[in-house]
Design a protein around this ligand. Sequence first.
Ligand SMILES: [Zn+2]
Length: 580
Amino acid sequence: MARILITSALPYINGIKHLGNLAGSMLPADVYARFQRARGHEVLYVCATDEHGTPAELAAAAAGQDVRAYCDEQHALQRDVGAAFGLSWDWFGRSSSPENRALTQAFAEVLEDHGLIEERTDRMIYSIEDKRFLPDRYVEGTCPICSFRPARGDQCDNCGSLLDPIDLIEPYSAVSGSTDLEVRDTRHLYLLQTKLQDKIRAFIESRTDFPALTRSIAMKHLDEGLIDRGITRDLVWGVPVTRHGAPRPGFETKVFYVWFDAPIEYIAATQEWANTTGGDWERWWRVGSEDVRYVEFMGKDNVAFHTVSFPATLIGVNEKQEKDGTWVPANDAPWKMVDQLKSFNWLNWYGGKFSTSNRRGVFMDAALELLPADVWRWYLTANSPENADSAFTWEQFQNLVNKDLADVLGNFVNRILKFCETRFEGVVPEGGAPGPLEEALYADLSEKLAELTAQMEAIEVRKSVQALRAIWVLGNEYLTEAAPWTAFKTDKDRAAMIVRTGLNLVALYARLIGPFIPFTAKIVAEAVGETQATAWPSDDARAELNRLEPGRPVKAPEVLFRKIEDAQVAEWSERFGGSQ
Ligand SMILES: [Zn+2]
């Protein structure tokens, strides 16, 4: 039995996420976690809401709420909708937890002790009316390059130039609209990533099985050269900055930058889990974590932070540099670093992006009002933005759901169970022996089972779906060719053999679909009298198709999947946006 630690990128706190967020991190992480649990491995899957930063402050203000109360409410919403989608987190934490505050402060202290943090003076825009420094994107004005207005302080949307907010012409606060701004000096902490550059590159090069997308993003940043990164901000909502366990002088109105504390929450969320459940967080992250395989899931926009910034934090905590330049271990129990980083491209909405303000695309809560979670889970896995961006369209969604789930899987399960009910009194029939058709099925299916397991292990999402579909097709072809309804008229033993094989296929399918469509898996398992959670099957199809004992009662479930009608597609296109 192996031990596998799984994290998916932390969803930001401001609002329910759209289906693209789900497809590119949380859902594939859940499929993988469920698969590895079914394989009998010890799995810990943690996620959390990312709660700090200016957007949370502004969203709370817009809602007329205290930021803590706002985050409490939004966290509960995201947790509940995730659970309704079947996301099987062992813990869904919060980056605003006491655990994360303590750990973030402790890491910063160690980094500074190791000579990897220093204080510098920045010149930033201060809004007198807002009584705050404004982060880059909260200063707007006229672009000094192309005269476009409003250009954001970090970048002009018109000409694409990267900007410094100080260079904007006639700047104003995006928070209040005030033009009463001035440039002030402010002190900030910098993480000296330049000192860690070679160590980070060596770390990335040691992870030879990172997917191409992950590697290319990491190497692009390393090849461009890392810069020292500001890790504090002039904000109230966040982790307070300390030194030697007390508020850091001059930093009383500053907090750590959200991108410094958010990845640390992976560890802190495990501490939250341990503090609540009595689990042992250290054996996942420190003492005893040597044999843990740590797998991260995320969209491509998060890869740089997880291949460069977060490793910089952990390397800097784990090791320190001697005067002669060599690095030595800094503690007896180094913190676990990522072993596999599965990254995803974008799921788009037709040709463009999902957008809340323009009413484009379906968000997680609205999706569940339309259809059961499994329908979405299947579509989003089958259409995973894995090796390229993919696009949601209602037409493709309808086609895929109707074909895969209704026509192939749902039809197979219902057809064989109904036949068993009418011809064999709803029990697994006895009699007959495997013939050439069954022998061929055993051989073909064994091969396909091995293929599916291999693709699941490799976290090849689309290839896993293809392998699973191929197994469904085998079952359908077998049933069509064996034709128990014909055999029943002339050779009842032969018909019993076929039906028994068909029912065993149903039981096998229940186990194979568990990671993808867990709610349906449970219904299908119960239909063939499998009440216990069942393990991932072996590659031995002969054994797997002779599991159900004759005499066991079975019962056809209600229709598993209703077909999506053209009228529904028309209605949903109107409501959520479509090709127009
Ligand atoms: Zn411009």
